[in-house]
Design a protein around this ligand. Structure first.
Ligand code: ZN
Length: 1099
């Protein structure tokens, strides 16, 4: 549940050793928020960077995952690195510095004798089981056991201010009714000490949390939180503990109905419908082809144990769940004896035990302690093959929309850490980058559009390996299977190249040691690593200590050679492994509407079977639930949620150090921050010299720079070199409006990082990428196009709200239009057309790519941004100077005059789905609004109360939000996985009235202010600080203005809310609507409002 509690992430998958749930090297930054915030991936991401970039993985990490329910939340981003191919010629001028430990936090001053004395622990009811100092994260970790209940607690102490708490329960389901998932939602709807409707939503509103979520895995449920403020942290811990152990949902059936499912009937004369937050969430999930594939894979690989059913819930099965079963599940599994608790950070470890002891003492030992044990899936004696249908649009050639995925269950038990680490390396060697041999051969084959399957996944009891293609022609299914098997066989016989191995090794080591989890708390990344073993009763310390197995693996490779290490793994776990499941998915354009009519039939039958009294009773029950949802919590109940005071909030922004200088006539920004010897660098070029018609080619231009190769080096060699010498390089466009001006800023950013000792290599490689890459490989370019097209198509059903927001933005500003050209529906249309053109006019396209480069590359339009500590900044200057010297100095062609917007009418974009994404927006600046900091508080408040209640709770959508873009002035409303369409638009239109009638007591207002400051002050690692400082510079946003906005936020009053009512009415009166919706919903809407939408079909 990232942005304002609206998304609850439900399933994760990863390779434990390389777990990077955030973006390690994020290019996905908000184009709209004035300060970087955790709202980053909400609206603007799709429009600020190319979707292709967003889809590229960084490591063999939590990527491509089939099993992730909300990949949006976790998509790990670009940063090329790499493996595989022939000898290198041109790397002689690169140094051979060896990798060494790095971490972007200050050298530890942490004293390892902080801790809890044995007597204190004893007195609080705990015994110390084990204690270790973990060198890899400079932490002291103590495992306790609560004597009375057997609850295990890991208490990790270090100097990280971003404190983390998590409680994890083992919750294996027996069927696909989604009990664990519905319970995960429901326990956060009020508890014994905090009996309000939604403590979770209140915490989101009024806390400084840096992370707040609840996650359902296939076999466990996690409740994690994080905060840098100690008081806030313990507040959150208490609310979570009370929620998990004493929730109201086990007594109040209305909560189960709201979060799970219920029949809804507003009026006996109308149709009965299903409603429920999880029900609709899962309908959205089951509308998404790759999610459908992921679920089919699970069923095929694990036919006999808990992993074969869906812990998230299958929408056709969810309505079978009863309240009795639901309560029983909580009684059985939400007991301390079945819980594992994690604490991490710089707070007092005795206080942790004290808080826990209060709760745990209320329980005895469990009556059914081993019921949650996960039974392993036994290995097959021969491979299986299954075929399923998935919902597809009826556009394009259906014959070419098949998917095929090969899956292996690697072992019937958990593997030792050394083997897992070796398999993680193998995964990176095979699939880690576009240059990796298995990845490359599949994409080069032309047999499909893009990769499916998550590679190695070891977050469950038994590890698995999955790989396949989508966009495959019916006749080529067998060819894909053969190609995967022959390639693996060949690699096992011939081994990997030395350069590929060195690149994978350096990339993995760099990322392990940099430990850059982006905006995701480090302590939480560690918790997920540890829990992956701990949950099965294995050593929780083991997964935190990668150093020894890593050294051992390196030593083995050095001694025996890589072939001796990896070939037996490929043979044993893949080639000679009979537990192979081949899953084929066939497109079915009727599936979505068939599912719809099946559901309608069921409900019609139900209604026919009901008496008049039954119907009256159902109508009454529907009203009862609605009334409950509409009735606000009484003030005294709301007050139970602990909240900070405004006095706890720093009055001043913390400025990021920035020094603006010049080298060889180009602007150079330097941020003196401790990065533990990593240099983070961005080279930025002005894009405004480009001809307007070249803009849609820019994302593919960026990809070509990294993936086409030079005269001397194939792209494989170039990627290997980047992997061997740096921590990664990425290239992407960035466009934003500039406030108070018709001007806009539009750039291409080259982002790289390396050990400071390799700064010269980094700049040489950036130069090489920019100047030496040749746009000559037609076949590769064709692949880029089909991959991007496939990616855009899946983002329509997966991230329709971003698509809608991007489309809306394009109707109001030129910057929005440009972003849409590079990442919206227009981009998809461009790609569909380009796919044909690549064969007919490759010379023309290649010339256009060259033209983009010529227009861009110029010393004058160039800006360099550096983040490292002072001495390393100084040391890097000479390489920057050398780099700039090599750029052409001719001034760029005159600034092109871009001026374009999409036509202003309402639009509906048809997708094959059962749920909708509904957006509406207007430009407030054009309506005369002047920016004031209170707008952040107000739009948060609208999202967290008005839209939360009306669109999510009452409407049954998975989420809804409003957001203001302070640069363009566009105010957006969007919903996702929404069963409604016009109703949601009506809710948006009533926002002004909501504000006019709003009564706000001081506590509520303070909460909204604190919650907003929590976003503004979101926790950032040094690279993010330097990067965001640069973005502010580019958009002319000064530190003074930042301070002014902060003061305006802190002094926001009810008057500001009331005044904003008239402002936001601009959306009602002058706004434009864009819906990404099913054909059925659009038709129904048109019965009510004829030709309200112009209908557009793209898939
Ligand atoms: Zn959920």
């Amino acid at each position: 549940m990232e942005r304002a509690a609206l998304l609850r992430c439900s399933s994760l998958a990863s390779n434990r050793f390389f777990y990077f749930p955030g973006r390690s090297f994020s290019v996905r930054l908000p184009a709209s928020a004035p300060f970087s915030s955790r709202y980053a991936s909400s609206l603007s991401s799709a429009s600020s960077t190319s979707s292709r970039l967003l889809r590229r993985p960084i490591l063999g990490i939590s990527r491509r995952s089939l099993h992730r329910r909300h990949s949006r939340l976790l998509r790990v981003v670009a940063s090329s690195s790499s493996p595989s191919s022939s000898p290198l010629h041109s790397d002689k001028h690169f140094s051979t510095l060896s990798a060494r430990a790095v971490a972007t936090q200050p050298a530890p001053q942490f004293s390892s004798d902080v801790g809890v004395s044995d007597e204190v622990a004893e007195k609080l009811g705990f015994e110390k089981v084990s204690e270790q100092f973990i060198e890899e994260c400079k932490s002291k970790a103590v495992l306790f056991k609560h004597k009375k209940t057997g609850c295990e607690v890991m208490s990790v102490s270090n100097d990280d201010e971003n404190k983390v708490f998590g409680i994890v329960l083992r919750t294996p389901p027996k069927d696909s009714t989604g009990i664990p998932h519905i319970l995960e939602h429901s326990v956060l709807c009020g508890s014994r000490k905090y009996p309000l409707k939604e403590p979770f939503a209140e915490l989101i509103k009024g806390s400084l949390n840096t992370y707040l979520n609840a996650i359902t895995f296939p076999d466990r449920t996690c409740y994690p939180i994080a905060s840098t403020n100690t008081k806030d942290f313990y507040n959150l811990v208490d609310v979570y503990l009370d929620a998990v152990f004493f929730p109201k949902c086990v007594e109040d059936e209305l909560i189960f109905q709201q979060e799970g499912w219920h029949y809804e009937l507003d009026d006996p004369s109308k149709d009965i419908t299903y409603k429920g937050v999880v029900f609709n969430e899962m309908k959205g999930v089951y509308s998404q082809p790759e999610n459908v594939l992921g679920r089919a894979v699970r069923r095929a690989v694990f036919p006999d144990n808990t992993y074969g059913v869906d812990s998230g819930g299958d929408p056709t099965v969810i309505p079978k769940l009863t309240f009795e079963e639901f309560k029983e599940f909580h009684r059985k599994y939400y007991h301390p004896s079945n819980a594992r608790i994690w604490f991490y950070g710089d707070d007092d470890p005795s206080e942790r035990l004290r808080i826990l002891s209060e709760y745990l003492e209320m329980f005895g030992s469990s009556s059914s302690p081993s019921e949650s044990t996960i039974e392993p899936q036994r290995l097959f004696s021969k491979p299986v093959r299954v075929v399923h249908k998935y919902p597809a649009g009826d556009g394009g050639d259906l014959k070419k929309k098949h998917m095929v995925c090969l899956n292996w269950l690697l072992s019937d038990k958990t593997l030792d850490l050394e083997t897992e680490l070796a398999l993680g390396f193998l995964d990176h060697l095979l699939l880690g980058t576009p240059a990796s041999p298995l990845m490359k051969i599949l994409l080069d084959s032309g047999l499909g559009d893009d990769i499916v399957g998550g590679g190695m996944e070891d977050d469950l009891l038994q590890p698995q390996f999955s790989i396949g293609l989508k966009g495959v022609s019916e006749d080529d299914i067998q060819k894909v299977e053969d190609l995967i098997l022959t390639t693996l066989k060949k690699l096992s016989e011939e081994g990997f190249e030395t350069e590929a191995l060195e690149a994978s090794m350096n990339t993995i080591e760099f990322h392990l040691r940099e430990n850059n989890t982006g905006s995701f708390p480090r302590g939480l990344a560690l918790m997920f690593q540890s829990i992956g073993k701990w949950i099965y009763g294995l050593d929780p310390f083991g997964p935190l200590k990668y150093e020894k197995p890593l050294m051992a693996l390196k030593a083995r490779i050095a001694k025996e050679g890589s072939k001796a290490v990896f070939s037996p793994l490929i043979e044993k776990f893949i080639l000679n492994n009979h537990h192979r499941a081949i899953v084929e998915m066939q497109p079915d354009p009727e599936k979505a509407s068939r599912d719809d009519s099946l559901e309608r039939e069921t409900l019609e039958k139900l209604k026919a079977s009901m008496t008049e009294e039954d119907l009256a009773e159902l109508t009454r029950a529907t009203q009862e639930l609605k009334l409950k949802q509409e009735t606000p919590d009484p003030p005294e109940v709301l007050k139970t949620i602990p909240c900070l005071h405004l006095d706890d909030i720093p009055k001043r922004t913390t400025p990021t150090p920035i020094e603006v200088g010049e080298i060889n006539g180009s602007k150079v920004l330097q941020h003196d921050l401790f990065t533990n010897d990593v240099l983070y660098a961005e080279v930025v070029f002005d894009m405004r010299s480009l001809k307007q018609e070249l803009l849609p080619l820019v994302p593919l231009f960026c990809q070509s720079l990294l993936e086409m190769g030079t005269k001397d080096m194939s792209f494989v060699q170039l990627n290997q070199l980047i992997g061997r010498k740096t921590g990664g390089i990425s290239v992407y466009p960035f466009t934003s409006s500039v406030r108070g001006s018709t001007d806009l800023c539009s750039h291409i950013i080259v982002r790289g990082k390396a050990m400071t000792g390799r700064a010269e290599d980094l700049f040489n490689l950036v130069k090489c990428v920019l100047q030496e890459v040749q746009f000559s490989d037609q076949q590769r370019f064709k692949q880029f196009v089909s991959q991007s097209k496939a990616g855009m198509e899946s983002s329509l059903s997966d991230g329709g709200h971003s698509i809608a927001a991007s489309r809306l933005g394009a109707k109001f500003t030129t910057a929005g239009w440009i972003s849409e050209q590079m990442g919206g529906v227009s981009y998809l249309e461009f790609l569909q057309d380009l796919e044909k053109r690549v064969d007919q006019d490759w010379d023309g396209i290649s010339a256009s790519l060259e033209e983009i480069r010529t227009s861009l590359l110029s010393k004058d339009g160039c800006l360099v941004n550096l983040t490292a500590d002072g001495k390393n900044l100084t040391a890097s200057e000479k390489y920057v100077s050398k780099f700039l010297d090599c750029l052409p100095s001719s001034s760029p062609a005159a600034t092109a005059s871009w001026s374009a917007r999409l036509p202003p009418g309402n639009e509906a974009i048809v997708i094959p789905s059962q749920v909708n994404y509904v957006g509406k927006a207007a430009n407030l600046y054009e309506a005369g609004y002047q920016l004031h900091g209170s707008v952040y508080v107000i739009s948060n408040h609208i999202s967290n109360t008005w839209l939360w209640d009306r669109v999510r709770l009452m409407g049954g959508a998975y989420g809804g939000m409003s957001q203001f873009n302070p640069y363009s002035g566009v105010y957006y409303f969007v919903s996702w996985r929404d069963p409604n369409l016009l109703n949601t638009l009506d809710v948006y239109d009533a926002t002004g009235d909501f504000l006019r009638e709003l009564e706000l007591d001081n506590d509520t207002l303070t909460k909204s202010i604190i919650g907003t400051i929590g976003d503004v002050d979101s926790y950032q690692l040094p690279d993010a600080k330097g990067y965001n400082s640069m973005l502010r510079y580019l958009r002319g946003f000064t530190e003074e203005e930042r301070q002014q906005r902060r003061e305006e936020i802190l002094s926001t009053s009810l008057k500001n809310f009331r005044e904003f009512a008239d402002v936001v009415d601009a959306v009602k009166h002058k706004g434009v609507s864009v819906a990404v919706a099913s054909a059925g919903h659009i038709d129904a809407a048109h019965k009510d409002r004829p030709s309200y939408f112009q209908v557009k079909k793209v898939v």
